[in-house]
Design a binder for this molecule. Structure first.
Ligand code: SAH
Length: 452
């Protein structure tokens, strides 16, 4: 019988999809964060449940060959880069295995999983940061929430973000101190500034700074505008987002442009893309180009197809394939994203694309009702995956091929299993690492109709 605070010897044999090392002590499973397969260590048991427990490293007796220096001062507190202590090569193998295990175990999918494609960049790849700002009485802190907590860790130089974000974050933080800007307090739901949200369009360098406030105004914003535009000429848009709700959701529904443009423009797969603060946009642009080219290959387009892009965001996947189809229809629930998608089609002279702002289920039902028969359907749902009704409607429209793109291989596996029962066979799965150093991985899957 193991006891809390007991020190045990353990060898790490696996890594969970949350990035925790796993080992056994007398047959009992123990999870140890920050470890690597092959580590031999002494761990203190900090939490015990009936069938498993959690430990923390007390002493590393013999390190795994996969270990590297985590090279970030807040790595332990932050928890964002749960794989930063492991070589990138080992990380890719771990992620490929997660996808294989999820597809096999959750979905019963036996289709081949192709060797994972790594990200061109392992640091500085993120084109977006959303930093909470808080004051716990010891001064204003701007950075990230700690692991499983809402305590802000001061960090303006996250290794995953572009280098110039640091100066922007520092400028905002200094401005808040100097101008005595009130800082949001989650417990009391008081105070003004909640988050600093920055986006960069990597191909053009255009940068957007969005200040999320619990209110409708930011006092002395003219001073901040002057400073931001002076210190960082790539800033082309400064936006105020109002979020007055008592919620963990970062962004509110309304935005006001304080200075410059209301969007920034990136180039993705040769297509100019306008990005508004509220529109979804892939965080790793170069990774997204790799992902979309796989999706295009899987879609097997010849120029005659009707392509339906469900969960289309700002239209990016579909628009990157528009020149290879007869007609493109995109569906997305966020109005600002659909506005972007329409504008993006226009800006690129794409005339064979239509966009519908609706819930995927409602739109799919309507399109089916109208007798639409897409040749290919692309599905790129949020992390929770597709609703069963959406999968049923997709199958009812009887496309020859379905291309599924997902950042959560567990819900992907579940949805593939449903599609298999609806007449679609999984042909191939291609993991693409869009999120180096973190415990996330993207997968693109080709399904084909069993009769085609
Ligand atoms: N394909 C896009 C966006 C993928 S992210 C790209 O690659 O950039 C998933 C998108 O689904 C988000 O834009 C989100 O707003 C949208 N979404 C979430 N729930 C939805 C629903 N029920 N119906 C339609 N779209 C939805």
């Amino acid at each position: 019988m193991l006891l809390k605070n007991e020190i045990v010897n353990i060898e790490i044999t696996d890594i969970t999809d949350e990035g925790n090392g796993v080992g056994k002590v007398d047959g009992f499973t123990v999870f140890v964060p920050g470890t690597a397969v092959g580590d031999k260590l002494r761990a203190r048991l900090v939490k015990l449940q009936k069938n498993f427990g959690y430990g923390i490293v007390e002493e590393l007796l013999s390190p795994s060959p996969d270990r590297i220096d985590p090279d970030c001062s807040v790595y332990r507190q932050c928890g964002g880069c749960s794989l930063r202590h492991i070589s990138y090569e080992a990380e890719l193998a771990i992620k490929e295995n997660w996808v294989v295990q999820h597809l096999r175990r959750i979905g019963g999918i036996t289709a081949p999983v192709l060797p994972i494609i790594g990200s061109p960049r392992q640091n500085g790849y993120r084109n977006k940061t959303q930093c909470p700002i808080r004051d716990d009485g010891q001064g204003v802190r701007l950075g990230m929430f700690g692991k499983r907590s809402h305590r802000v860790i001061q960090c303006t130089d996250c290794k995953l973000q572009p280098a110039h974000f640091e100066q922007i974050l520092q400028t905002v933080q200094d401005f808040c101190k100097e101008q005595h800007i009130s800082i949001y307090n989650e417990q009391n739901h008081t105070g003004l500034l909640r988050h600093v949200y920055i986006r960069e369009a990597q191909a053009t360098g255009e940068t957007m700074v969005c200040l999320v406030v619990n209110g409708n105004e930011l006092p002395h914003s003219d001073i901040l505008i002057k400073r931001l535009t002076a210190c960082c000429p790539s800033v082309k848009s400064i936006v105020l987002n109002s979020n007055t709700a008592k919620t963990n959701i970062i962004l509110g529904k309304t935005c006001k442009t304080l200075w410059g443009k209301d969007h920034i423009t990136d180039i993705l797969c040769g297509v100019k893309i306008d990005i508004s603060p509220l529109s979804f946009y892939q965080v790793n642009r170069e990774g997204a180009e790799q992902l979309y080219s796989i999706a295009a290959e899987f879609a097997g387009l010849t120029g005659n197809e009707l392509l339906l892009d469900l969960y289309c965001g700002a239209g990016t996947i579909g628009l990157s394939m528009a020149h290879k189809v007869r007609e493109l229809i995109g569906v997305e629930i966020i109005p600002a994203a659909i506005e972007n998608a329409k504008q993006n089609a226009k800006n690129n002279g794409i005339t064979n694309a239509h966009f519908i702002c609706d819930d995927a289920k409602g739109a799919a039902a309507m399109l089916k009702q109208q007798g639409l028969t897409p040749d290919v359907i692309v599905l790129d749902p949020p992390r929770k995956g597709c609703e069963p009704e959406v999968l049923q409607l997709v199958a009812d429209m009887c496309p020859q091929r379905i291309v599924m793109v997902s950042c959560n291989s567990a819900t992907l596996a579940r949805d593939l299993a449903v599609l298999q029962t609806l007449g679609y066979q999984t042909v191939n799965a291609q993991p693409v690492d869009m999120f180096p150093r973190t415990s996330h991985v993207e997968t693109c899957v080709l399904l084909s109709h069993k009769n085609s």
